[in-house]
Design a protein around this ligand. Structure first.
Ligand code: SF4
Ligand code: SF4
Length: 151
């Protein structure tokens, strides 16, 4: 019944992704950590995202500290080609390709009873038009809607 799409692919300004404790409020941080986005930095992984009509995959430290980590010619060309300097300066929104760590194989939420507040109040129909479920009231959603992602 549930497709799980609401619990994948997070849209947020790039600086919110890179410096969550500086840019996100408590509700945002609760969602960020529950989703597992903090592990990308903790494990020094690549962050994969859509920006400017392109799919980009880059080590997260190269985005956070390009002055330190973007030091070979191919990395510099990659930065220029994808206008990543501009992205950081404008703090544009990126679509981070990520599946929530609590999304189960059957697309149910694995922490339904303690899911973040953002997940409880997210209205799928405000951000997408491919949901097969009918729109429902937000106050009902808390009881009926097991998956959502932050707006
Ligand atoms: S609310 Fe709709 S789009 Fe979102 S996970 Fe459920 S069925 Fe999929
Ligand atoms: S509802 Fe559950 S599975 Fe979906 S994003 Fe929130 S915590 Fe993750």
């Amino acid at each position: 019944m549930f497709c799980g799409k609401c619990c994948e692919d997070v849209a947020l300004p790039v600086l919110h992704m890179l410096f969550p404790t500086a840019y996100l409020d408590e509700a945002g941080l609760e969602f960020y950590r529950a989703h597992g986005l903090d592990k990308i930095l903790a494990n020094n992984e690549n962050v994969e995202f859509d920006y400017g009509g392109k799919r980009i995959s880059i080590n997260i430290l190269e985005l956070i500290r390009p002055d330190v980590y973007v030091n070979d010619m191919s990395s510099q060309l990659f930065y220029i080609e994808h206008k990543l300097n501009e992205l950081l300066q404008t703090n544009d929104t990126i679509i981070v390709k990520h599946r929530c760590q609590h999304l189960q194989e059957n697309n149910a939420c694995g922490i339904y009873d303690r899911r973040p507040q953002v997940c409880r109040t997210h209205d799928c129909h405000s951000t997408r038009n491919d949901c097969a479920m009918p729109p429902i009231d937000t106050h009902k959603m808390d009881f009926m809607w097991p998956m959502a992602k932050r707006s």
